[in-house]
Design a protein around this ligand. Structure first.
Ligand code: TYM
Length: 332
């Protein structure tokens, strides 16, 4: 059967990029009879320093984001990664399958470790193997993510193939990555060549899930654009990163194609387009921020959701670890 797994790190509040690249897809993919597992990656978060007093709260907040975005616990399982021991156990087993050379090529480690890589945690280095474990421990077949996760997903597929090859089995399905559509790579509102991200210092560079309508409208108004009118077709956006990003956001949120947006706005300037964009963003995002605030006010309910989710997830993941140990020839 079809099994979907994805996750979001428990490291700070979420933005429009996380929504369009991940959360919205999670909510939209609930129509068929797949099994769905959405985790809060708190074990990944601690690959860089996290304040212990804040980490649990961050985990609850990501859970609230899932719920506010429309992930339905009757059709999807939401859980904290660290509450399902099978992830850590599988990560060790897969550390012995993944090759050093593969991890050496991971660009995220180079970006996050910076110049002084001697001082980076070992966990930051082996981060992609834990991600492979997250996916393979459910024998997941589909992984919806934003475009920035492409390299990690390639590594996951390589790990699955090598395991199957080394142990002469077809135990792991090779998971398919789902990052199609205009939401797969949302850029900063201040710089159309940089990814929208929580680590960018300027808050005006992103729309947070917690922003209210006025804040959203003001950020769109201030967003970097250019002096030209919008083109008649998508090709005309190619050398205009800011214009391309804003049109892409409109398309992704309104659920239309870039061509549809340009049919309406081609030949018009940003003076006309930005207010229309602000309206769409406010219309789609402010109900989520309202819901989010309500959910965060009731942490006990979130904790119940997560406890139940962890139990359901463990019931699926534990037997997979058992099988894999047996295939490898381990005792326990
Ligand atoms: P994270 O927490 O950085 O991001 C969560 C999701 O949001 C997507 N995303 C974006 N999409 C479009 N435009 C952007 N500007 C943008 N920024 C972020 C990410 O692609 C991701 O889908 N390593 C993962 C978490 C993880 C995971 C997993 C994902 C851990 N285990 C297993 C899938 C499967 C991460 O740090 O995502």
């Amino acid at each position: 059967g079809k099994r979907i797994l994805s996750g979001i790190q428990a490291s700070g509040s979420l933005h429009l990029g996380n929504y369009l690249g991940a959360l919205k897809k999670f909510a939209d993919m609930q129509g068929d009879d797949a099994e769905r597992f959405y985790m809060i990656a708190d074990l990944h978060a601690i690959t860089v320093w996290q304040e212990p007093a804040k980490l649990l709260q961050q985990t609850r907040e990501i859970a609230a984001c899932y719920l506010a975005a429309g992930v339905d616990i009757d059709r999807s399982t939401i859980f904290p990664q660290s509450a399902v021991r099978a992830h850590s156990e599988m990560a060790w087993l897969l550390n012995c399958v993944a090759r050093l050379g593969w991890l050496d090529r991971m660009t995220q480690f180079k970006d996050k470790a910076g110049k002084d890589k001697e001082r980076a945690s070992v966990g930051l280095y082996t981060y992609p193997v834990l991600q492979a474990a997250d996916i393979l421990v459910y024998k997941a077949t589909h992984v919806p993510v934003g475009e920035d996760q492409r390299q990690h997903l390639e590594l996951t597929r390589d790990v699955a193939k090598k395991f199957n090859h080394d142990f002469d089995t077809d135990y792991f399905p090779i998971p398919e990555t789902l990052y199609q559509g205009p939401g797969a790579r949302i850029m900063s509102l201040r710089d159309g060549t940089a990814k929208m991200s929580k680590s960018e210092p300027s808050d005006n560079s992103r729309i947070n899930l917690t922003d209210d309508a006025d804040t959203i409208a003001s950020k769109i108004k201030k967003a970097k654009s250019d002096a030209d009118v919008l083109p008649e077709d998508a090709e005309g956006l190619e050398s205009r990163p800011e214009a391309k990003n804003l049109v892409g956001i409109y398309a992704a949120l309104a659920g239309v194609t870039v061509a549809d947006v340009l049919r309406d706005f081609g030949g018009k300037g940003f003076g006309a387009f930005k207010p229309a964009l602000a309206e769409v963003v406010v219309e789609k995002m402010s109900p989520i921020s309202v819901k989010l605030r309500q959910l965060i006010a009731d942490p006990a309910e979130i904790d119940r959701v997560l406890a139940k989710g962890a139990e359901r997830a463990s019931a699926v993941a534990d037997p997979v670890v058992k099988d894999v140990k047996k295939i490898i020839g381990l005792w326990g």
